[in-house]
Design a protein around this ligand. Structure first.
Ligand SMILES: *Cc1c(COP(=O)(O)O)cnc(C)c1O
Length: 407
């Protein structure tokens, strides 16, 4: 079980049933978490938030004071982020950039391009010549390096060092760096290298990755102003209270920057910044036994919160008992200790959490699913079965506490 913040708990209990399910985002909690992350990081380490984790404008705005910029991975994200947080540095990454997307990014003036292939380099150079003549566009080739031996745990997902559509094969990187240094692409300026090699790494593993990426980049023998070592900081869905050790990570990055004066490191976390601030609030509709187990069906499901289905975990949750029962018919309740929480979809895959300790859980009780602030609503298949969309509430108790200008 997972304790919600008081603001989240109060809102989850005060919303009428007709407004459930709802996503509740605690912006105060988000700001204090982002401030702690920022404080843990040393000089010459920049943070770009990977917008794909959660691009809600309120989230982007709340992060604004604590990040140096945003990483966008499509023309859609580019336009959206540029509008939500205007005039902030953007890095444009992601595979399969189209000529139209690149042109839009050039015209917007994005700060950096993370270049994914040799073809993309040629396209970018030619589009830069046509659309921003006389400018030199900053590029960081993305390279698909091997994750260092021993850096991976069972919970992590490696993208690097194996066949993937992401970045350049390391065997090609040398030639690309030479072409960027010898005047082949006069429109482009080599700012540094980029690597995002795994997700779900603990601090020590992230540091091992960062060190190996920096060592490799320095070994190219060309001057580099920055190295982007990616995102993928671990979020532990089995114990939400145990967060990524930003302090240890920051100390390790400080050693790395001290060893390379003049080099700026960049990280681009998504999940580990925003997962904690989001909650999916719902209520139990039905409770029943089935072949020796008990099931509760809640309003909504994995078409709103797909994370447990995609990651194959139980979404951590908290039950909020509701003692009143407004209906004239009998109220169903669990007889045992453990209940599986399923959604309203007609598929056995629509399970949010299995065998949750919830003795006596009743229809009408409310459930808050935690860690729903990243890769939750925006990765879900909303239209499957045509249930209504959830509500969205951005809780900002600090701002709410301020006297309102209109009295
Ligand atoms: C998705 C992604 C990130 C963010 O990953 P998290 O696991 O959310 O921290 C960073 N960089 C790139 C290139 C990505 O594709």
């Amino acid at each position: 079980m997972t304790a919600p913040t008081p603001a989240v708990r109060d809102r989850a209990l005060s919303l009428p049933s007709s407004e459930l399910p709802s996503y509740l985002y605690d912006l105060v909690a988000l700001r204090s978490h982002a401030a702690a992350v920022r404080d843990a990081l040393p000089e010459r380490v920049e943070v770009y938030y990977a917008a794909k984790a959660n691009p809600e404008p309120e989230i982007l705005g709340a992060l604004d004071p604590y990040v140096d910029g945003y990483e966008v991975s499509s023309g859609g994200e580019l336009a959206h982020v540029a509008e939500a947080v205007p005039d902030r540095p953007l890095a444009f990454g992601g595979p399969g950039k189209t000529p139209d997307e690149i042109t839009a990014a050039l015209e917007h003036g994005v700060d950096r391009f993370h270049v994914e292939s040799v073809h993309e380099l040629g396209m970018l150079a030619e589009l830069a010549r046509r659309h921003v003549p006389g400018q030199r566009v900053a590029v960081l080739p993305r390279v698909n390096l091997a994750v260092p031996e021993g850096a991976l745990t069972s919970s992590s997902l490696a993208m690097g060092g194996r066949p993937t559509p992401f970045g350049l094969d390391p065997a090609r990187a040398g030639a690309v760096v030479r072409a960027l240094s010898d005047g082949t692409y006069p429109q482009l300026a080599l700012r540094g290298m980029h690597a995002h090699l795994a997700s779900g790494l603990e601090a020590a593993e992230q540091l091992a990755v960062a060190e190996s990426v920096v060592d490799w980049a320095m070994g190219l023998g060309v001057p580099l102003a920055e190295v982007n070592v990616g995102g993928g900081m671990h979020v532990d869905y089995t114990s939400p209270e145990r967060r990524f050790d930003w302090t240890a990570y920051g100390r390790g990055l400080a050693r790395l920057t001290a060893a390379h004066p003049g080099l700026t490191l960049r990280i681009e976390p998504g999940r580990a910044l925003t997962a904690y601030c989001g909650w999916y609030a719902t209520e139990v509709l039905d409770v029943k036994p089935s072949h020796g187990e008990e099931f509760a069906v809640v309003r909504g499901g994995t078409h709103h919160l797909r994370t447990p289905a995609t990651k194959g975990h139980d979404q951590p949750c908290a039950v909020l008992p509701v003692d009143t029962w407004p209906h004239p018919w009998p109220r169903p309740a669990a007889e045992g200790e453990r209940v599986t929480l399923a959604g309203q979809l007609c598929t056995p895959k629509d399970v949010l959490a299995r065998r949750v300790p919830a003795p006596g859980l009743r229809a009408g009780d409310r459930v808050l699913f935690a860690l729903a602030g990243a890769y939750a609503w925006n990765i879900s298949h909303h239209d499957f079965l045509m249930h209504p969309r959830p509500g969205f509430h951005f809780l900002d108790t600090e701002a709410d506490a301020l006297p309102r200008a209109d009295g």
